[in-house]
Write a protein that binds this ligand. Structure first.
Ligand SMILES: *Cc1c(COP(=O)(O)O)cnc(C)c1O
Length: 383
């Protein structure tokens, strides 16, 4: 029998992911409060860091957000279909060869990362034009964007027939406020901008916003902070938590002393132990290396043994007898264990945890847009 890609029946699924759209809106406001005049866009690549790009965009539209960034042309085309013609949708990786026609027709904004991409978009602009374009320059990350030599070599005619909307670059070390690379990239960005036609500028991702107004320019591009990941590692998280994850108890066991648990018997009981097996595993996107804990009624329930594909065993000795019962939910991401906590335990970053959370969960969108007319009006007033 076919399994739906987004299971909708909470009784039939192992775990429940809640996404608080009001928290995302509040985070957008909190970031906005740090700006002095810059426009706040939203990065919604990888389906809104795994949380659902279309719903997030609609929620942020009601906060006045008008510009969205995705990575791939395919993501941009899908988002255009979901959101309609109004919002600005930028393609960070640029338009891949052969995708120009579809992207031009969909009114998407290509980020040109190379002269090659720029000229291919210009050719499309002759047929569909004038097409909007952003130029990404490499100010020192050596990942995407035109190298300084390339920017210097670019002919002014390369912009003919195009509508230059943004000159942008990306910071490699923005999450380290003291790192001198940030200032160096900023100076390099300033220099490269001067070689290009005059256009609004953009440099800051989430963490970049916290480097100060010098880094904010005309438009900022936060992603992770909107979704509750701490943009200032090492300091208190100024953002609200957005995601909750709960998993279902399948069964409980009473184990004697010196019993092996799970694959490889990686855990062996040293006392009699009560355990509960919960219905989540690495196939759901839970990092296999994260030997974390679950929580019930504020009580910590450590993992016992390895994370399996579809299940995890918990040590529930700290709970009163009779708890939990089958079907009861335990907290895996929530007030006791945030996305960043989990990332630290797994030796990764919150970004990877969020984008890894799979399509196997029952998803609950909290505080979604209730008034569709309001959203329509918000889009309508976009320009
Ligand atoms: C992903 C990305 C962002 C958003 O970064 P966050 O750290 O999630 O805020 C901004 N700009 C570019 C070019 C990106 O690739």
């Amino acid at each position: 029998m076919a399994v739906p890609s987004t299971p909708s029946d909470s009784a039939a699924t192992g775990a429940i992911l809640t996404i608080d759209l009001q928290a995302i809106r509040d985070n957008y406001r909190r970031l906005g409060a740090r700006l002095s005049g810059a426009e706040c866009a939203a990065v919604v690549k990888a389906d809104g860091y795994g949380l659902g790009a279309a719903d997030i965009c609609n929620a942020l539209a009601s906060e006045g957000c008008r510009a969205f960034f995705v990575a791939h042309p395919a993501e941009a085309l899908e988002l255009r279909t979901a959101l309609g013609p109004q919002p600005d949708i930028y393609i960070l990786n640029g338009v891949y060869p052969g995708a120009e026609e579809a992207c031009a027709r969909a009114g998407l904004i290509a980020v040109a990362n190379s002269t090659e991409q720029l000229l291919a978009w210009q050719a499309a602009s002759r047929r569909h034009g004038p097409l909007p374009v952003a130029i990404q320059v490499d100010s020192g990350m050596s990942r995407l964007g035109m190298a300084p030599s390339e920017v210097r070599a670019i002919a002014p005619s390369a912009f003919d027939g195009l509508d230059l909307r943004l000159v942008m670059s990306h910071l490699a070390c923005a999450d380290e406020a003291q790192n001198p690379i940030n200032g160096m990239q900023r100076s390099a960005f300033e220099e490269l901008r001067r070689l290009l036609p005059d256009a609004p500028a953009s440099l800051a991702n989430s963490s970049g916003i916290f480097l100060g107004t010098d880094f904010q320019y005309d438009l900022v591009r936060p992603g992770a902070a909107l979704y509750g990941v701490n943009p200032t590692p090492g300091q208190d998280n100024p953002m609200r938590q957005v995601v909750g994850l709960q998993a279902k108890v399948i069964q409980t066991r009473e184990l004697a002393i010196d019993i092996g648990i799970g694959y490889g018997h990686a855990y062996r009981t040293t006392t009699p132990l009560r355990t509960a097996t919960i219905a989540i595993g690495y196939a759901d996107g839970w990092p296999r290396r994260a030997g974390a804990a679950a929580w019930l009624d504020g009580i910590r329930l450590p993992f016992a043994g390895r994370v399996s594909m579809d299940s995890i065993v918990l040590d529930i000795s700290a709970l009163p007898p009779g708890r939990p019962v089958a079907g009861e939910l335990v907290e895996l991401i929530g007030p006791h264990q945030t996305v960043d906590d989990l990332a630290a335990i797994a030796g990764t970053i919150g970004y990877e945890v969020l984008t890894g959370l799979g399509g196997r969960f029952h998803r609950i969108l909290e505080n979604g847009v209730v008034d569709r007319d309001m959203t329509a009006k918000a889009w309508g007033s976009a320009r």
